[in-house]
Design a protein around this ligand. Sequence first.
Ligand code: SF4
Length: 375
Amino acid sequence: MDAGIYVHWAFCPYVCPYCDFAKWAWDARAADRYVAALEAEIDAAPSVRGVTVFYGGGTPNAYPAAVLVRVAERLRARFDVRPEAEASIEINPDAGAPGDLAALRRGGMNRLSIGVQSFVAAELQALGRRHTPADVAATVAAARAAGFDNVNLDLMFGVPHQTLASWGQSLDAAIGLGVEHVSTYGLTVEAGTPYERWQARDPGAFPDDDRGADCYALAIERLTAAGYEQYEISNFARPGFRCAHNENYWRNGPYLGLGVGAASYRDGVRATHTRELAAYEAAALAGRPIPGDAEELQGDERTGEAIMLALRTSEGVDADAFRERYGVDVFTRYEREIAEFVDAGLLVAGDGRLRLTVRGRFVANDVCGAFLAGA
Ligand code: SF4
C-alpha cells in the first residue's frame, strides 16, 4: 500500500507557552532514548510504500543533522521511499539552530518548513519564540545555499497585541523572501497551556474573531496578489509547489504516523499513538504494539469526514470520484446541508463539484463540521 509517512520528533530546545503538541523540552538523555524508540518502531512498523515523508515535531532540528539523516536513511530503506519523493522537514530558525542544512539536503530531505510565526519582534516575544526576523532571513538564505528549492514559512495570526498592520508586515516579509509556500494559521488558545491562563487574566490582549477574519482576508489578498495559489484553507503555494504530503491527508489517503502521539489512517481505521512518552518508548523498545486509540470510520461517519477534508481544498468534492470511492451520491445524501449553505453563499455547487466560496472559507469549520454532524 502507498502511504504518506509522518515522523514525530518530540523534543524542542524550549517550550512555547501556546503549544499543545506532544513535545518536551530538550534533555540529551531523554532525546537519545526517544531516537532509539523511534528506530525500533520504524523496524517493527507495518510495511507500506512511502510516497511522501514529513518530519515534524516538536523541533526536528533540535537534533544534530547526522541523527536526522541516519533515521531518514533507515526509514527510506524500510519503506522503500524513492529518492525523488517529497521529504519535508520542519525547522526552527533560532540563531545557530538550523544546523547543517546541506547535510539534511544530501540526506534526502528536499522541502524545508520553517516555523516563523511572525516577522514582528514584539509578537515573537509574546509567542515565547527566541528567533528574530533577521534569523529567518538568514535561515532562508542558508536553505538556498544548501540546495533547498522548496521552502515553506509558517505564519500565525491571532497573536496577542497583533494588529492588521503588523500582520501585513509579516505577510510582506514572507513574500519578500521569495519562498515557494506559505501556511497561515490562526492561533488557538488551548486548554492547559500558559496562554489559557494569560487569556483568562487579560482577554483584551488577544485579537477577537473579527480581527482574525480581517487577518485571514488580508492573507488571501496579499498572497494571491503575489502569485500564490490558495489551494487549501490555510495553505498557499507557487505553481508546482503544493505540499503533496498534506494533499494526501485532505484526499483522505492512507498515512502512517511514527513517534509519540502520531496518527495513522489505513483501511478506514484511524489510530493515534499514546501521548505518554514513557509508555510509547517502553512499547517501541520492547517491540510491542504502541498503546493508543483506534477507531474504524464507517458509513456516514467515513463519508462525512471525507467531505470535510475535501472541502478544505480548492478542488473541493468531486462528486463522481466520491461516488466511485464511497458509493454515495453527495448531492443526494447531503441535499439539505448543501442547499442551506449554497443559499447562504458559503458553498458553490457546479461542474459535478462542491466547493467552499471565498466567504465559506472564513467559516470553514462550521460548514465542514455540519457534514460530520449530518453523518
Ligand atoms: S517549537 Fe513548535 S512544537 Fe516546540 S514548543 Fe514551540 S510551538 Fe510547540
